[in-house]
Design a protein around this ligand. Structure first.
Ligand code: ADP
Length: 472
């Protein structure tokens, strides 16, 4: 079975968040199960692409509005990632340093999708499944069926995975002329509330859609940033499949980003040593429990609550803990956190920016990881945290609810709190800190967390079962 994963992120080539982790791992684990899964992403101006060899496979042109765009498809010479990686290069348009954030982002994603379909068409490539990840490539299922020029792809089955339903790629209908020519009688399939909505089009036109946890699928039927009625009416073809983690990349014994690698047997000593050097570097007291947050500074992550949570913990509750934050994004959130290092020396420290290696070291060094998310389709941080023996303290929502069981339950290993609010998060943190003071139970729990299996093995198989179901 030939499956093409189409995405704008893929670890380790281009990562902004969890989407990259999934697209960089799922195909690898699917290939281990005997199918042929490959990945197609844009050619960016990124170190990974500069540092690796690629062969040109094909080139072509297409019209986007009044412009004629040229594209090239390149394939990585050595498939070291566990799958064939293809890059679509559109000079001056896609070959930029960042994945997101450009004023012509909508045009960029249309061009990427058009080039992909043109490539398959002129090369007579007919995969069994095209698997589209998030709205950036959400027009593909529609265009494969109703595009004027892509007849060879009309019967190919499509899967659309919703990693995050908050972002939908809304475009004014004036942008409609930029799309490849399509059967205009079908325009309604692109539309939601008077706008072109690529995520809605993907849900309507894909053979099946998936969400990255079962809990998130249920939540989308009730609240999906305007698409809840669509998710409800199409739910007959929706499946929730929880993300796994790449246990080769996230292996505390072999992780080169960790100063003192450790395994389940020596986790106590290993984490302690990492914590000591980490706290020394970031000027924190390592004798206290170390609580961390890693992630995007975004409202959906509850990152706007962080500064108040910290102030409340130190000034109202008088908690004696160390707190470290690794994050980037909204500048207001950053500005709310920046002064706290000076205000609470030895207690609070932060690194503002994106640093993959540092993230690994933080997971390895911390005692507790906080996720006060308002929305969390799956969440990977809590899974990395469990794998590295760090107790997750999470708001019970979406994938967090599906993957973290509270210590109040005999089967539990993490802490869940009910609301994305300062009070609720502080209550959860205090329970976790109290639990950490019972060192026998806390140390035993580290081994328990590390023994949990959140690898891709079973979820990769569930996806393959879905492919077989829709393409018998
Ligand atoms: P989302 O995709 O919504 O941002 P996920 O929990 O699914 O959230 O995935 C986040 C991923 O990004 C994890 O691999 C996490 O470690 C990583 N990450 C987030 N922010 C940073 C950062 N500032 N530096 C390093 N890694 C980060």
């Amino acid at each position: 079975m030939n499956v093409i994963h189409l995405s704008v992120e893929c670890y380790p080539v281009a990562k902004v968040g969890g989407l990259a982790d999934v697209v960089g791992a799922l195909p690898k684990y699917q290939n281990k199960l005997g199918i042929n899964a490959s990945v197609v992403i844009p050619w960016y101006d990124k170190p990974y692409i500069r540092d690796h060899a690629f062969d040109r496979v094909v080139s072509g042109t297409f019209n986007q509005g009044s412009a004629t765009l040229s594209y090239e498809v390149w394939k990585q010479v050595e498939s070291t990632l566990g799958f064939d990686l293809f890059l679509i290069k559109i000079p001056g348009f896609l070959d930029r340093s960042e994945v997101y954030g450009y004023a012509d982002e909508g045009e960029q994603f249309i061009a990427f999708q058009h080039a992909f379909l043109d490539w398959l068409t002129i090369s007579a490539i007919v995969p069994d499944i095209v698997h589209c990840h998030d709205y950036h490539v959400g027009l593909i299922p529609f265009l494969m069926q109703w595009g004027d020029r892509f007849h060879t792809l009309r019967t190919v089955k499509t899967v659309a995975t919703v990693h995050n339903g908050q972002y939908q790629g809304w475009m004014n209908w004036s942008k409609g002329i930029l799309l490849p020519a399509f059967d205009t009688w079908k325009w309604g399939l692109l539309d939601w509330d008077g706008l072109i909505n690529p995520l809605a089009a993907a849900i309507k036109c894909s053979t099946a859609f998936t969400t990255v946890s079962e809990g998130y699928l249920k939540e989308l039927l009730v609240e999906a940033n305007g698409l809840q009625t669509l998710f409800a009416s199409e739910s007959f073809k929706g499946v929730g499949i929880v993300n796994g983690i790449d246990t080769e990349v996230w292996d505390s014994e072999k992780d080169v980003a960790i100063q003192f690698p450790f395994n389940i047997r020596n986790v106590t000593k290993g984490k302690e040593k990492n914590k000591e050097t980490f706290c020394e570097q970031y000027k924190l007291d390592s004798r206290r429990p170390l609580l961390v947050f890693i992630g995007r500074f975004a409202y959906e992550k509850g990152a706007d609550l962080l500064s108040e949570i910290i102030i409340n913990l130190f000034e109202v509750k008088d908690e004696k803990i160390s707190i470290f934050i690794l994050g980037s994004g909204d500048s207001e959130i950053r500005d709310s956190l920046a002064p706290l290092s000076a205000k609470y020396p030895g207690y609070f420290s932060a690194y503002f920016g994106y640093d993959e290696s540092l993230a690994h070291w933080v997971y390895a060094s911390a005692d507790l990881l906080l996720m006060p998310s308002r929305v969390e389709p799956c969440g990977l941080n809590q899974l990395y945290s469990l794998r590295y023996g760090t107790l997750p303290v999470v708001r019970a929502i979406g994938g967090l609810k599906d993957t973290v069981i509270d210590i109040q339950d005999p089967e539990g290993y993490g802490v869940r709190f009910a609301e994305a609010s300062v009070e609720s998060a502080v209550e959860g943190i205090q329970r976790a800190v109290l639990f950490s003071s019972n060192s026998a139970a806390f140390e035993k729990n580290k081994k328990r967390m590390m023994s949990l299996d959140f690898s891709w093995d079973s979820s990769a198989k569930t996806y393959i079962d879905l492919y077989n179901q829709i393409n018998p």
